[in-house]
Design a protein around this ligand. Sequence first.
Ligand SMILES: C[S@@+](CC[C@H](N)C(=O)[O-])C[C@H]1O[C@@H](n2cnc3c(N)ncnc32)[C@H](O)[C@@H]1O
Length: 206
Amino acid sequence: MLNAAAAERNKGPILAVLRDCVSTDRPLQALEISSGTGQHVTHFAQTLRNICWQPSEYDRKSLASIEAYRAHYRLANVRPAIYLDASMPCDHWGGIQPESLDLVLNINMIHISPMACTEGLFKGAGVILKPQGVLLTYGPYAMNGQITPQSNIDFDYSLRQRNPEWGLRDISHLSSIAQKSGLFLEKIVDMPANNKCLLFRKESLV
Ligand SMILES: C[S@@+](CC[C@H](N)C(=O)[O-])C[C@H]1O[C@@H](n2cnc3c(N)ncnc32)[C@H](O)[C@@H]1O
């Protein structure tokens, strides 16, 4: 069971957003893309028992960690983790069917992966979400071409030093990519430590 300090800190605030944006009284299907250690999915699944959670990862060590968390908590509403590369077309996403999900969750991946992953995330979510389904993303973002505060400017710089394809993305750019897949930015929620949750809803393109 790997432990990420950031996940430990942000899992409570993200759960509060989830409770506000998804129904808690009917069965729902959710996919988490880039589940990391497994801390988030097992935390959310303990409270949001009406949701059947599908964790996924690209990294093999993380897949093993998610399985260790699943074995530890023995949650009936968390499925075995699947390998999922967000940059691939969604017909390579472990057999997840079009319009089968109520929620797609993605925490702290968009800025720490190449843009192809973000494009794949929105494109795939546009296909696998049911109409009115929600894509919720969490992380630090630029807004109207500006990154604030200085700590996020420094973070963006350090990410780009590590990998020129990484870096904070602008919310308006994400919103326009999302729209091409029928997802509309409905809500921006300010989160602790200069992060945000972005809630996109799948709507008809007509
Ligand atoms: C900063 S970690 C965040 C993990 C977790 N969501 C969290 O917040 O603790 C970034 C994650 O993005 C994942 N990732 C990188 N490239 C990916 C890809 N092509 N498809 C899916 N996930 C990817 C990594 O494996 C890693 O788990």
